[in-house]
Design a protein around this ligand. Structure first.
Ligand code: IPE
Ligand code: IPE
Ligand code: MG
Length: 261
């Protein structure tokens, strides 16, 4: 598997358009509540807006889009909401896999999906196989995903596959065992819905991601809202531990920042 530059061991290349955007899609319940609708209506609208996000990211040249759909802690929700979310996931997999394929999008699902049952496991396997060679973008859905679960499964894998190292593992080896080893670290992390927390998302890979929090609720997060997030990203100075002066000497100061000055 090709390894991607690590934000702690290398200095990743900074491009104007984020190569990888990771999003916590939050606020579906509140969107529904504002309209006196059941929470389910917010989740349905949330799935619809995913299509817009995918299209917009492909059009803007984003190579990886990762969406947090169900956290390892979301099982704590009422059983009927969990069951409704599972149904929506099934419907989305059944309806969208072909469309993603036609648009050249590769689909990956990360997280411990076995507890969702056979139907979802089979649909995920089928959609991943169908889209595996697609090149326009990789869409990852994180389902029953937790950053701690991911780190723990990576450590277990390392101990099992490399017992001779007696725990003396490198950062690269650990990164290669994470469930998203096929993608670079996110350049831009977005959370909709107003909360400013990671909620156990990609704990390892967010080490040097740029964070963008917006009060916009996920069902309202359209292409224009995405563009605002990307514009905010373009104004950031990504130093990876260095000073601004070092960036200027290396010619790495962000172009948008120069325009604003
Ligand atoms: C995000 O919306 C979707 C999932 C977590 C599945 P929420 O359901 O968390 O919406 P709020 O936070 O209650 O508004
Ligand atoms: C985070 O949203 C998980 C997903 C969007 C899938 P939550 O709504 O579950 O997060 P908390 O509970 O407010 O931190
Ligand atoms: Mg929420």
């Amino acid at each position: 598997m090709p390894s991607f530059p690590s934000s702690t061991l290398d200095i990743p290349q900074v491009k104007a358009v984020p190569c990888h955007i990771a999003i916590i899609m939050d606020g579906n319940g509140r969107w529904a509540k504002q309209r006196m609708l059941p929470r389910a209506a917010g989740h349905k609208r949330g799935v619809e807006i995913v299509r817009e996000a995918v299209k917009a990211c492909v059009a803007r040249g984003v190579e990886y889009l990762t969406l947090f759909a169900f956290s390892s802690e979301n099982w704590r929700r009422p059983a009927d909401e969990v069951s409704m979310l599972k149904q929506l996931f099934i419907m989305a997999l059944e309806r969208e896999a072909e469309k993603l394929h036609r648009n050249g999008v590769r689909l990956r699902v990360v997280g411990d999906i076995a507890p969702f049952g056979n139907k979802i496991t089979e649909l995920v396997g089928r959609a991943e196989r169908l889209t595996r060679d697609n090149k326009s973008m990789t869409l990852t859905i994180a389902a029953n995903y937790g950053g701690r679960w991911d780190l723990l499964q990576a450590m277990k894998k390392l101990i099992e596959t490399k017992p001779e190292q007696k725990g003396a593992f490198t950062e690269e080896q650990l990164a290669d065992c994470l469930s998203m080893a096929y993608a670079p670290e996110p350049d831009l992390f977005i959370r909709t819905g107003g909360e400013q927390r990671i909620s156990n998302f990609l704990l390892w890979q967010l080490a040097y991601s740029e964070f963008y929090f917006t009060d916009t609720l996920w069902p309202d997060f359209n292409a224009a809202a995405l563009d605002q997030a990307i514009e905010s990203f373009q104004r950031r100075e990504r130093r990876f531990g260095r000073t601004s002066e070092q960036l200027e000497i290396a010619g790495e100061a962000p172009p948008a920042k120069t325009e604003l000055a």
